[in-house]
Design a protein around this ligand. Structure first.
Ligand code: AMO
Length: 433
């Protein structure tokens, strides 16, 4: 819209045209106040019924909440107005009316259930709290990008329609690719390695991953955003340091630039984690969990860490930490075993006290050992030929990680459900919007 002034930029003494949503209408009899909202904030529009044009009064007082209106008038100082300024209108037009019955209350005064909110996301996003989540998300991703660029990484995008899975066969979404079977990509894993092994060396990608997770949990999505890194001449330790750098930079950017949003989210004790994060080996982790008596059973070598175990350990650790040296048998084929002990892998996870945020590790870069590892996991090396073949032509040692974007945001903002961190989540039930 031409010549529109944002509400935050309105200064007393000038004639302005403002446009936005009817946030609230307060009718006090002889006088009414229309609170207009735009992306920059709110402003009060004063309607004096006795003295103002009848049509204008009618337009202003009959419009339904959340309608879009345009108002032209004089801005005046008014200490009693919420922002100290009000607009005295000469002209009001309804640009896009809203129906009087709204499926949810964007002011947040009346709580709506999450499914209702997700079904009506446009309205949901009009509340300060929900809007704040996605402003933080945008800032967080920008910080991640900048940090990787500062670390000399090249941003890449890799195919989302793929011929093979990498993260375990049960979680694949099959699709029809002309007459052939194909899958939605579970991770850019193999592609990022193939590019890191070129002389580009350091790559990152922020993109969707698709997992046919059977379980509907507050921390799993069927389509998630993965923040991936891969670096040639990196080992697991160096990859962990990169992971710490990226996570910390995301927190720092949000702490510095999103004070208003953190306020809307009532996060007055927002703190930036301090690297280096403690690094526990898998063995130390299970010993601690067993000592805490968090489970009915005693964990042994090779066991996965159940959610309750992660929680108990997280509580003990209090902040981000790593679990390293996972048993080789529980890690995917591309993770390299430790040279000094093939039972132990170079695989690591970065944990937030509430959940896993990152998996990573050094990769098997030796062709023969890689083909062997693929076979060991019961997979057919010929299906991965496009990948392991390249390891015959000078593949340097390399390492990397995958960081769950929504989990990072969810833990950062203390959200109860991962669906809060995605605009249009995909889960077992939800395929639209
Ligand atoms: P992994 O499968 O552990 O590792 O995934 C990495 C991180 O991605 C996030 N994540 C998810 N978030 C929400 N819903 C899901 N269904 C979901 N699945 C994964 C988690 C997890 O820690 N290729 C490796 C990474 C690597 O080694 O570089 C991988 O994909 O935060």
């Amino acid at each position: 819209m031409q010549d529109r002034t944002l509400t935050a930029a309105v200064t007393p003494g000038e004639t302005v045209t403002i446009a936005g949503w009817v946030h609230e209408l307060r009718d006090l009899g002889g006088i009414a106040f229309l609170i207009l909202r735009d992306r920059s904030g709110h402003i009060q529009v004063k309607i004096e019924k006795e003295t103002m044009d009848e049509d204008l009064v009618e337009a202003a007082t009959s419009v339904a909440r959340e309608s879009v209106v345009s108002v032209t008038g004089m801005a005046e100082e008014e200490p009693r107005a919420p922002t100290g300024i009000e607009v005295v209108p000469e002209e009001i037009s309804v640009v896009a009316p809203a129906e009087p019955e709204l499926p949810l209350d964007p002011s947040g005064k009346v709580d709506a259930e999450l499914p209702t909110r997700l079904d009506n996301r446009t309205l949901d996003l009009r509340s300060d709290r929900v809007k704040a989540i996605f402003e933080v998300r945008s800032r967080m991703l920008a910080a991640v990008r900048t940090t990787f660029r500062e670390e000399d990484c090249t941003e890449i995008t890799t195919p989302k329609i793929v011929a093979t899975g990498t993260e375990g066969g049960t979680e694949l979404f099959p699709i029809t690719y002309f007459a052939r079977e194909a899958f939605m990509n579970q991770s850019p894993q193999l592609f990022k390695q193939l590019v890191a092994g070129s002389s580009i060396e350091r790559v990152f990608e922020i993109g969707p991953i698709f997992r046919a997770e059977e379980h509907n949990t507050p921390r799993h999505l069927n389509e998630a955003t993965s923040i991936d890194f891969e670096g040639a001449f990196f080992d697991a330790d160096a990859a962990m340091t990169m992971a710490e750098t990226v996570v910390t930079a995301a927190y720092e950017a949000v702490a510095t630039d999103c004070t208003e949003q953190l306020e809307a989210l009532e996060l007055d004790d927002f703190t930036v984690p301090e690297p280096p994060f403690p690094r526990l080996t898998y063995e130390e982790a299970i010993d601690q969990i067993n000592a805490l008596g968090a489970l009915d059973v005693t964990l042994g070598w090779g066991d996965d860490l159940p959610t309750e175990a992660e929680r108990a350990l997280g509580e003990e650790m209090g902040d981000h930490y790593f679990i390293t040296d996972w048993p080789s048998e529980v890690k995917p084929f591309y993770i390299k075993d430790r040279d000094d002990d093939p039972e132990r892998s170079t695989g690591f996870d970065m944990m937030h006290p509430d959940m896993e945020l990152i998996s990573g590790g050094q990769r098997e870069h030796r062709h023969e050992q890689l083909v062997h590892a693929i076979q060991e996991q019961g997979l057919d090396p010929s299906q991965f030929e496009y990948y392991h073949d390249m390891f015959r032509y000078g593949m340097p040692p390399h390492a990397g990680f995958g960081l769950g974007g929504e989990r990072l945001l969810m833990t950062m903002l203390d959200l109860d459900n991962i669906r809060e961190a995605v605009l249009f989540p995909r889960d077992r039930q939800r395929l639209s919007p």
